[in-house]
Design a protein around this ligand. Sequence first.
Ligand SMILES: [Zn+2]
Length: 277
Amino acid sequence: MNKKCPVCYGVDTHLKNKKMSLHLCRTCRHTFTVIDRKEEEKYEEDYYLKAHKNWFANPDYELFETVFDTSTQFLGDKKVKLADVGCGQGAFLKHLLQKYKSLEPELSGIDIIENSHPGIKFESGDFLEMEFEEGYNIITSFMVIEHVIDPHVFIKKMVESLAPAGVIVVNTINNGSLIYRVARFLNNLGFPTSHDRLYDHHHLQHYTNKSLKTLLEMEGVDVVKIKNHNYKLKAVDIPKGNSLIMGIYKLMVAAMFIISKPLNLGHHQTLYCKKRK
Ligand SMILES: [Zn+2]
């Protein structure tokens, strides 16, 4: 059955997939999985400790610093008041605090899980239902928006919580990346392993640069910078198997990271936006 694209509301093509209901938007090339709200995932400790063990054990400090430096440049000389939505265990905020002690009263982390760390204000609960007294001027979100059922509602709330001329940074996987293209190609040839791993049930929304930009601009911000990038190899979660297969897998990922860089087809994307006045 056809479903409307959750980004541009365009018409989709249903992709053949044995495991889930996967759709491709013909207008913005967004790929999405349709699930029942009842099936919505509750993220428990296992998600951090098992499914994405290497990812969470190796935070991307280089990305954290790039995001902070770039967003403060866009902010100009205003005093930073930053919230990280879906902060997980707070790796980004903890890194900022360690590097810039003066940020201490201005860092907030929001997540469904509970956290505590001296110098960071953590709020646990549903971001969509929270009220913020004064707007943040930088709101970041790392690897969250691929998990949400209705991305417009999520971005709308980010924009509402943002002070005028504030900066939003959204980081997610890149459906137009080399690694996704190769996985789709192999899937069409009858080798679905990497495809099924990338389009796994944790990720409901697979954005291209175009679909993510469309989403953000529809919600009243201007996209001022789009950056495609990779991350450290040790953060890659390798499927468990014999050591030869695991070695080949790692080598293939390494090769794709190297080739994708000059082609601007990195596995992840980070978009920087400014709120319209
Ligand atoms: Zn679309």
